[in-house]
Structures are given as structure tokens and as C-alpha cells.
Write a protein that binds this ligand. Structure first.
Ligand code: TYM
Length: 325
């Protein structure tokens, strides 16, 4: 069984990335052969400054290692270090119906907002399909927003297999319960593009300020409130202990509390929850050669797997040259 997933280095990671994806990666690394990569080619559709992209890519590697991604158990690499994936993307593109990509939400959303999309964004799901198929992945742990892309990947794999024989392994998405939408500070889905994120490694003082500004409703203090439907409580429950969560839920139901109290409790719980990762991050950041070594070793393992799949696919469709193995 091969587990594979990717994450875009489009900025510093936030709670949505962690509770929606990264914590699943970390759990799964102990069960199966896991491949995780930093999707810098996908990020190129939004990050146009080369130095910034380099920095985000590096930060992503350090963050993942600090959060518990263990190179002894999982293969960590950078997407662009595996050029075979880009070639595989082309093989898949030649059999991709335009209509399939026109229905994909990232492109559709952008168009519906009247913005002009580039071909990179339009073809984004095909690169993602190549990412998955290049390593014979079985299981792809992702947040629910990526489900459509996994469906596209399965469609493309099925049609390639139908045309050329049994070349690609059919992958499945794995959505864990904990990946239920993580709300942002405004109650909408947490996302960099909504500017409503709580970052994982932001300065604790700055984070505390952000938390104190979280939007809340204006119901009177004495009213009893349903905790589960409140985004402040939802955020608190991600970082608190079971006992503290139950206590907080009881307080909500009973009423007579102020949201300010909840915000203070949330800031404190967040600081405690991420303290070990924060310390580990400092260690990794101080050892750039170790980070390079991890990414280099990871790329070598991933590349070997991708070469085999690309060879199979190019032989099947007639682009392989004899002696090119
Ligand atoms: P990306 O970088 O947008 O997000 C990485 C992962 O985080 C999850 N996620 C969330 N989950 C719950 N609530 C949120 N608020 C939230 N925000 C982000 C996403 O579902 C995702 O799993 N296209 C992918 C990267 C990618 C990839 C792949 C993934 C490229 N190739 C191959 C899997 C397999 C993306 O944009 O993820």
C-alpha cells in the first residue's frame, strides 16, 4: 500500500492545512509506505516571485519535519525534483477532455469571479493526477476540497488504462473525520485566499491578537448556546484537551459567559498544543544541511518509482524509445 499526498507552498501553513491534512500524513506514516511532497509546481500558478517561492518551499519542508513527519518512516521530497511527473502530465493531457477541466472548481470559481485564468490553473488537476499516478499510489489523504481532483485523477487513469492497457494503479481518496472544514477567524473555511487564517508557527503574541479579534455573534451573554455550531468553539476543540473541551461545551450550553473568555482559553490552548512543534522547528531551521539531505534522499527514492511508471506509460502509448530505459 502506498500513501501519497502533496501540499502547496503558497504561504506559511495554517490550522486548516494541519488539521485537514498534515496530521493525517503524520498518523499514516506509521502504517504504510508514505510519500509526501511539496507541490511547488502547483504553487507556481499563484506565487510569481522566485525568491518567495524558494523560501515557502523551504519553510514547508521545515514545518512538516517539525510537525512530526519522520524521514525514517516517510519519503519527503519537492515536486519539481521529479521531472518524470511533468512528462507524465503531458501524456495524460493528450487524453483529457476540455469539458472535464472546465467543471473543476478552482478554474470555475476564478472564471465566475470574472478573473482571467491561465492554462496552468486550468490544467492543475492533470498535474495533480500525474503526481498521484507516478508513484502507483493507492491512498491519497486529503481534505474534502480536493475530492473533485481525485475523481479527475481516477477518470484520467481509467481512460488511459482503457486506451492502452492496465498501466495505472487506481488511487482512492482518504478523508478522515478530523478533516471536517476547519473554520477561519471569520467562520468561513480557513483559507489563505480568504485572509482568515491562523498560522501554525506565527509569533504567539501576534496570534493572540488575531484570536482576540475573531468575529463572534451578538447574542446576549446569558443565552445558552450550542457549542458545535460556533466557530470559536470549533477552533478551541481542535487544540484543547478532552476535559477542557467538555468543560467549555458545558459552559456554552449553560450560558452566562463572554466570548472574550473563550478567546483567551483558545490562545492559551493553541500555544500549549503547538509548543513542542515550535521547539522542533527551531532545531530543523538551524540545520539546513540536514533538511537538504532529507529532501535529496526523498527525491532519489521518489524518482526511482516515477521512472518505472513513466517507462510503463510511455511504452504503452508509443513515446518510449528503445534504449531510453
Ligand atoms: P493545498 O496545498 O491547498 O492543501 C493541502 C491540504 O490541506 C487541506 N486543507 C484543508 N482541509 C480542511 N480544512 C481547511 N480549511 C483546509 N485547507 C486546506 C487540503 O484539502 C489539502 O489536502 N492540490 C493540492 C496539492 C496537491 C496534491 C497532489 C494533493 C498537488 N498534488 C497530489 C494530493 C495528491 C492542494 O492544493 O492542496
Amino acid at each position: 500500500m502506498r500513501v501519497l499526498s502533496g501540499i502547496q507552498p503558497t504561504g506559511r501553513f495554517h490550522w486548516g492545512n494541519y488539521f485537514g491534512a498534515i496530521n493525517q500524513y503524520i498518523e499514516l506514516q506509521h502504517e504504510d509506505a508514505a510519500f509526501y511532497f511539496i507541490a511547488n509546481l502547483h504553487a507556481l500558478t499563484t506565487v510569481r516571485d522566485p525568491e518567495v517561492l524558494q523560501q515557502y518551499t523551504r519553510d514547508a519542508a521545515i514545518d512538516l519535519l517539525a510537525l512530526g513527519l519522520d524521514p525514517e518512516h516517510a519519503v519527503l521530497f519537492v515536486q519539481s525534483d521529479i521531472p518524470e511527473v511533468s512528462e507524465l502530465t503531458w501524456l495524460l493531457l493528450t487524453g483529457t477532455p476540455m469539458g472535464l477541466l472546465e467543471r473543476c472548481h478552482a478554474y470555475k470559481d476564478k472564471k465566475s469571479r470574472g478573473l482571467s485564468a491561465d492554462a496552468g490553473l486550468f490544467n492543475y488537476p492533470v498535474l495533480m493526477a500525474a503526481d498521484i499516478l507516478a508513484y502507483d499510489s493507492d491512498t491519497v489523504p486529503v481534505g474534502a476540497d480536493q475530492l473533485q481532483h481525485i475523481e479527475v485523477c481516477r477518470d484520467l487513469a481509467a481512460s488511459f488504462n482503457h486506451q492502452y492497457g492496465d498501466i495505472f494503479q487506481m488511487p482512492k481518496a482518504k478523508i478522515l473525520d478530523s478533516s471536517a472544514k476547519v473554520p477561519g477567524v471569520d467562520g468561513e473555511k480557513m483559507s489563505k485566499s480568504y485572509n482568515n487564517t491562523l498560522e501554525l508557527f506565527e509569533d504567539p503574541k501576534a496570534q493572540r491578537k488575531k484570536i482576540m479579534r475573531i468575529t463572534t455573534d451578538s447574542r446576549p451573554m446569558e443565552d445558552s448556546k450550542e457549542p458545535e455550531s460556533d466557530h470559536l468553539y470549533q477552533l478551541f476543540s481542535l487544540v484543547s484537551t478532552d476535559a477542557a473541551r467538555e468543560e467549555m461545551a458545558a459552559l456554552y450550553r449553560q450560558g452566562g459567559f463572554g466570548y472574550g473568555e473563550v478567546k483567551k482559553a483558545l490562545a492559551e490552548a493553541a500555544e500549549n498544543y503547538f509548543a513542542p512543534a515550535r521547539a522542533a522547528r527551531e532545531e530543523w531551521a538551524a540545520a539546513p544541511d540536514r533538511v537538504d539531505q532529507v529532501l535529496g534522499d526523498g527525491a532519489a527514492v521518489a524518482r526511482k518509482a516515477a521512472k518505472e511508471v513513466l517507462q510503463r506509460a510511455s511504452e504503452a502509448c508509443g513515446t518510449a524509445r528503445s534504449g531510453s530505459k
